[in-house]
Design a protein around this ligand. Structure first.
Ligand code: 4NP
Length: 170
């Protein structure tokens, strides 16, 4: 999918929030991968990158140990501490990326007036291999599920950053 974004400058960095349910597995992994790619490209001054969950169960916790182990294996650090996505974040961020349809609906429900519809998108809209369009919840499964999530997010983040690069003005 090709989206249209605003101009991105160092004075006005592009703000992205990755969102899942608990903010301990999928969205912290997406955040860590995207930070890693942005740093590798030398573009860290152009982005503000964060993640959050639509539920509050795990607020204050670091990323899940299996998410961390999987990311670390691929050279990616996950810096997040779980936080809940709030209504004001819809105003704050330029792009809010839902990992699955449930997260998307939770975000849409927050946006009752429909003021921010354009900012809320599905993560796998950017995946060159769409699959079923969902980043599956790995929480209750084994390590293979976390590995699968990592690769989905790695592809999706790569394609997303590629698109956003076109809007950077140096
Ligand atoms: P996440 O995974 O949304 O990818 O962080 C989950 C983490 C915790 C729970 C569900 C999903 N939970 O039910 O506690």
């Amino acid at each position: 999918m090709s989206s249209s974004f605003r101009k991105i400058t160092i004075e006005d960095p592009f703000k992205i929030c990755f969102v899942c349910l608990g903010n301990i597995c999928r969205s912290p992994t997406a955040e860590g991968i995207f930070i890693h790619k942005v740093k590798k490209a030398g573009l860290e001054l152009f982005f503000y990158i964060d993640s959050a969950g639509t539920a509050a169960y795990h607020v204050g916790e670091p990323a899940n140990s299996k998410s961390q182990a999987t990311a670390n294996k691929h050279g990616v650090h996950l810096p997040s501490t779980a936080q809940r996505f709030e209504y004001r974040d819809l105003e704050e961020f330029d792009l809010v990326l839902a990992m699955d349809s449930e997260n998307y609906h939770n975000l849409s429900n927050l946006d009752r007036k429909g003021l921010y519809t354009e900012k809320i998108k599905m993560m796998r809209d950017f995946d060159p291999q769409k699959g079923d369009g969902q980043v599956p919840d790995p929480y209750y499964g084994g390590i293979q599920g976390f590995e699968n999530v990592f690769h989905i997010l790695d592809r999706s983040c790569e394609a997303l950053l590629d698109q956003l690069k076109d809007y950077i003005q140096k």
